[in-house]
Design a protein around this ligand. Structure first.
Ligand SMILES: Cc1cc2nc3c(=O)[nH]c(=O)nc-3n(C[C@H](O)[C@H](O)[C@H](O)COP(=O)(O)OP(=O)(O)OC[C@H]3O[C@@H](n4cnc5c(N)ncnc54)[C@H](O)[C@@H]3O)c2cc1C
Length: 223
């Protein structure tokens, strides 16, 4: 059996329900759930059986019958420009959920850049709220995906750091500056980091410099 056949055997077919642009170049894709998952896990996804699936974290809660994927278009990428054009009713090929970026009820800070908010959205929508602080970094005022769900429930434990624009309620600057500026970093909690390699590396270094133990930092890097 060649690797193409191996790959096809691992993929399940589902149907796209919706594919909506929620901010410039950023989409929420919805498809019918066919496998259970744990909040924080990702799936492989492709629109063409001959093309290697790309990885995406599930953004929806465990009790929903629809799976949501939050993605942004990579102009020079293969899948995302095509995915952005795909219509409801089309087939989508997906792998089983995988991954160990999984939180529990103990205190944690969730730190995300861009579409790295997806696993925290899944955790939040699955009921993890108590003892959680969510810090999201984005460039523009429209970069804070799902903010309407987070604001009323997380309140002051939801911090939006906006690097290119100013607006009421947003911290002006990158999330690394926010983390540098705050007086105290708690010692008794875990830190979950998700997003670009640059953000994850920078935040990990910063937290360690500020006294956080290495094994309290859990990271998921989007490459
Ligand atoms: C665990 C995990 C979870 C993720 N979850 C999400 C998510 O929820 N949402 C999200 O938006 N993204 C997520 N990502 C990132 C996502 O998988 C891809 O980076 C992105 O969607 C790329 O898709 P694409 O086919 O458009 O681009 P690709 O064709 O894969 O290209 C991606 C980038 O790599 C470059 N590239 C491609 N091939 C080569 C090569 N041979 N040599 C050098 N450079 C190359 C391209 O120019 C482009 O900039 C996740 C990644 C991981 C690892």
């Amino acid at each position: 059996m060649n690797s193409n056949t191996d790959q096809k055997n691992k993929l399940s077919t589902t149907t796209i329900l919706e594919n909506k642009e929620i901010a410039p170049g950023v989409f929420v894709l919805k498809y019918k759930k066919i496998k259970n998952f744990k909040p924080g896990q990702y799936i492989g996804l492709t629109t063409d059986l001959s093309v290697t699936p790309r990885l995406y974290t599930i953004a929806s809660g465990v009790n929903s019958n629809e799976i949501q994927i939050l993605y942004n278009i990579k102009d020079d990428g293969w899948l995302t420009p095509r995915l952005s054009e795909i219509k409801p009713g089309s087939d989508l090929y997906i792998t089983d959920p995988e991954g160990s970026f999984i939180d529990n009820e103990t205190p944690a800070w969730w730190i995300a850049s861009g579409t790295g908010i997806a696993p925290f959205s899944a955790m939040f929508r699955s009921g993890l709220v108590k003892n959680k602080t969510l810090i999201h970094g984005g460039r523009y005022t429209h970069s804070f995906y799902f903010e309407n769900e987070f604001i009323p429930i997380l309140g002051k434990n939801y911090i939006r750091c906006c690097s290119q624009e100013n607006a009421e309620g947003l911290f002006s600057g990158r999330l690394t500056r926010y983390l540098q500026d705050i007086k105290e970093i708690p010692g008794n909690c875990r830190f979950f980091l998700c997003g670009s390699p640059e953000m994850v590396v920078e935040v990990r270094d910063l937290l360690i410099k500020r006294g956080v133990e290495y094994d309290k930092i859990i990271a998921e890097i989007y490459f």
